[in-house]
Ligand binder design. Structure first.
Ligand SMILES: [Zn+2]
Length: 203
């Protein structure tokens, strides 16, 4: 089990975050990272540590990302637990699931600036060098909890396309999403069109 070399819960720690006032964007970005990690870590066989590191880098992790096979095993357990929040059928069950994770899997609120490398932001893990799985569960719980607080609706869902198990994060406004990606939405639209044409031809 390796600990993280460096981590941030503020993917915009470049110019954007330094200007301040980006909490909401950061929370949305962190929730997107949670969904991407849940998707790479669950729904199939264990990913290679390098694949997990790629997702972390895609979502703002900088410097060397040291993820071991043991980390992946622990991250998968956290990811399965977090999938429950996305899979909840309604807001009340998402909250119940998230409250259980917060009670069992995260520590008290603390502030960190990673030694001055980032703006001050909130963590729920035990320290800046906590293992990846602890950080993943804690940062995900916080992002999802803040999204629920902010929007009073479920933070995301599971893709409605057949044969897709990906989770997704809701946008801030507009109609609820149903699919993880434009690709899945298009595929389902084509399949529905084919089915309705078959029904018409039969009739
Ligand atoms: Zn999908």
């Amino acid at each position: 089990m390796s600990s993280k070399n460096r981590r941030t819960d503020d993917p915009r720690k470049g110019e954007g975050a330094k200007r301040g006032g980006h909490t909401r964007h950061s929370v949305q970005d962190n929730a997107q990272r949670t969904a991407a990690l849940v998707n790479v870590l669950t729904g199939g066989s264990p990913p290679a540590p390098a694949d997990v590191a790629d997702v972390l880098r895609d979502h703002g992790e900088t410097g060397p990302v040291d993820v071991s096979p043991a980390d992946v095993a622990e991250l998968r357990i956290a990811a399965e637990a977090l999938r429950g929040v996305f899979a909840a059928p309604d807001l009340a069950e998402a909250v119940t699931c998230l409250n259980r994770l917060l009670a069992e899997g995260t520590g008290p609120v603390r502030l960190s600036a990673h030694g001055g490398d980032t703006p001050w932001h909130i963590h729920l893990d035990s320290g800046d060098e906590a293992p990846w799985a602890e950080w993943f569960l804690a940062s995900s719980c916080m992002a999802l909890a803040v999204l629920i607080w902010d929007r009073q609706r479920p933070p995301g869902g599971v893709c409605a396309a057949r044969r897709c198990t990906n989770v997704y994060v809701e946008g801030g406004s507009g109609a609820p999403r149903r699919y993880c990606s434009g690709r899945c939405a298009t595929r389902e639209r084509v399949a529905t069109h084919r089915r309705s044409r078959l029904v018409r031809d039969d009739g």
